[in-house]
Structures are given as C-alpha cells and as structure tokens.
Design a protein around this ligand. Structure first.
Ligand code: GTP
Length: 342
C-alpha cells in the first residue's frame, strides 16, 4: 500500500526558515518534521511517494542518508500542482487504496485504525477530522451520525456551523478518486475534488480521533508543537550533541553545537544547530536559525531570526523577523494556497 506525502509547498508562513530549506525538513525536537509523520505510518504502508517540488534536492538527500524502513519514491512535479495535482502526478505508483498525508501535520491519528474504518464503511474516500473551537476560521464538515460527510461549509458563523469538525489533513482514497483529477493542472484536492466525490459517490466518510493535532504552518504553531511535545515527553528542555550551555533553558529545544553564554535565558524557543548566543541574552518565544549569532545583552521576544543572521550586541527586537539576505529566486511573495482552510 502507498502513502503520498505532500511536501512540495513553499511554506511561506514559515519564512525566513523556508527561504533556506524545505518546510518538511524543519526540525521538530531535532528531527525533521517529515520523520515524525513517517513514524506514524502503519505496517500496511510499504511505499512512500514524496510529492515534492520546492527544495526537492534537500528532501532527496535526507532520505538517501536516512532509512525509514519503507521504499521511498521522490516524485518531483514540473511545477507546483497543488494538493490534487500532486496526487494525480503520482498515479503511476498507486496499486490500490492509498493514503494522502500533509507533511506539516503533527497529530495522534491512528492510521491503521483509519484503514479499518475505511474498509468497514466501504468508503471511496475517508478523511481524518479534528474538532476546533473557532469554526468560523475553518472549513467544517456536514456529517451524518454514521460518519458520512455530505458537504464542506467554508468559514461558517458559529450559529450556522453544521459541526465543529475540520479536515485534519490525512486522506485514505480508493484509486477511482484519481479519475476526478485533470492531469498537469494546479488542482486543490479539498476545494475542487472532494465536493465532486461527495456528490457522485455518496461514500465519503470522516474519521475522528482523540489526542492531539497541530498544523505546523506558522511560526507560532512551530513553537507550540515544541512546547507541547516537550511537555508530553515530560522534558523541561532538549539539547542536541556538542552544546555548551551556560545559561538557562525553559520549554525550549536546542540543536547541535549550540553555544549559550552565561546569564542568558531561553524560554519557549527553538534554536537551530550551530547558533551562538552571547551572555546576558533574553530569548522568549523565538526561533533562531542555523549559524546565527546573537550578541551579548540582546533581548528578543516573538522574533524569527533566519539562518546565518547576526544581531549586534544589545539589540532589542519584538514581534518581527530578521532576514537581510536575498530571497531565493522563484519564492512566492505571498501564500499560494492553504489546504486546511484557515
Ligand atoms: P504556506 O505557503 O505557508 O501556506 O505553506 P505550504 O506551501 O506548505 O502550503 P500548505 O500549508 O497549504 O500545504 C499543506 C501541505 O501540502 C504541505 O505539506 C505542503 O508541502 C503541501 N503542498 C502544498 N502545495 C503543494 C504543491 O503544489 N505540491 C506538493 N507536492 N505539495 C504541496
């Protein structure tokens, strides 16, 4: 059985870190985001098709040097084809019912259970569902008591919402769904294909699960996934190898070869490999990129400092991003699309 992992997006909301790397390789607890997803794949999945485009070389290089216990096929689109187009572009590898997974969701969905549910319902498509508090920010599903989805309702007012359940980014599809997607076109699975499958088959189901679900789409949720997982693992902080830490760490994750000077405090933050942080520095709710240098006495709150950036001594910054280098050619000026529908 195959799983197509959608990992071709630019990840514009996670810039400046996605200026230099594929979003799916951003570290979460010092392991690439996509590796966390790989660990949740059930035994039934023996082949993973990585639907890639932006920074394909980095993703391929990572899987060449790391065995994940599955056959991995790197399938590069000629240009970004959207979530539907990317799935259609992988159709030559599909041998039966298959998963489609967003690479940027960290959650506790049990995919083996989802297969059993899909088979029991004789579904044509099953999507994972997650309950949210603020329905008006999302597309929610209209769902029967038996779990059949009859339609999607975009950003409803709370009083008009048919449910509080949103698309959680894992799909289990029968091969016939591929017939609905026109090849070579930019197609959204969620907006263009799913409504047709609902109308034509009446066998579109929703699978609910308990535990956690985090869409790691923004800097705030990127930090949140760290504090959440640290708490879940009962760890006050995490450090990689070869670090010299003279300051204090709270609810934070630090990569390899990081130096943190005396009297510095790092709270609810993520620090990438080889960063150097001086003395008397305060870092709160920040992400600091690889090889960045933070001078003595800096005070940073809600700041994203890109790879290789340097902040001089005594810099005070709040609610901003630091990036002084050229933006890579072809990187979009704004978000192209949004799968989950915030
Ligand atoms: P933003 O620009 O911040 O919205 O991020 P994104 O480009 O990753 O888009 P989004 O979060 O909506 O994408 C959800 C998942 O689909 C991510 O895992 C993306 O890598 C993936 N994705 C989005 N667009 C494409 C595409 O055109 N091709 C492929 N192969 N994957 C895509």
């Amino acid at each position: 059985m195959e799983a197509i992992i959608l990992s071709g997006g630019f990840g514009t909301r996670l810039r400046p870190f996605t200026y230099t790397r594929a979003k799916s390789l951003l570290p979460i607890l010092n392991e690439p985001m996509i590796f966390h997803l790989m660990k949740t794949l059930p035994k039934a999945v023996d082949t993973v098709v990585l639907a890639v485009n932006y920074r394909r070389d980095q993703i391929e290089e990572f899987f060449c040097s790391h065995d994940c216990g599955k056959t991995v096929i790197v399938n590069e689109e000629p240009q970004p084809l959207g979530t539907g187009g990317a799935v259609k572009f992988a159709d030559q590898f599909i041998t039966g019912r298959f998963f489609v997974l967003n690479a940027d969701i960290i959650c506790s969905a049990n995919l083996a259970e989802m297969i059993r549910y899909h088979d029991k319902k004789k579904a044509v498509a099953t999507i994972s569902l997650w309950p949210v508090e603020h329905v008006s920010e999302f597309g929610v599903v209209d769902i029967t008591d038996e779990g059949k989805i009859t339609k999607f309702v975009e950003k409803p007012k709370p009083e008009d919402a048919p449910s509080n359940l949103i698309n959680a980014g894992a799909y289990l599809l029968e091969p016939q769904v591929l017939n609905y997607i026109e090849p070579g076109k930019l197609v959204s699975m969620e907006k263009e294909i799913f409504p047709q499958v609902i109308d034509n088959t009446d066998r579109f189901y929703g699978y609910q699960f308990k535990g956690h679900w985090i869409d790691v789409g923004r800097i705030s949720s990127y930090i949140h996934v760290h504090t959440f997982l640290l708490e879940q693992h009962k760890k006050p902080f995490l450090t990689g190898e070869d670090c010299t830490i003279h300051g204090t760490l709270r609810r934070s994750c630090v990569g390899q070869k990081v130096h943190i000077g005396a009297q510095s405090t790092i709270i609810s933050s993520v620090i990438f490999d080889s960063a150097r942080i001086g003395k008397h520095v305060s870092v709160d709710n920040c992400v600091l990129g690889e090889h960045c240098e933070i001078g003595d006495g800096c005070n940073l709150k809600n700041v994203a400092v890109g790879d290789n950036e340097t902040l001089p001594e005594g810099t005070i910054l709040e609610n901003t991003m630091v990036w002084h280098q050229p933006i890579p050619a072809g990187y979009p000026q704004k978000q192209i699309g949004n799968v989950i529908g915030e």
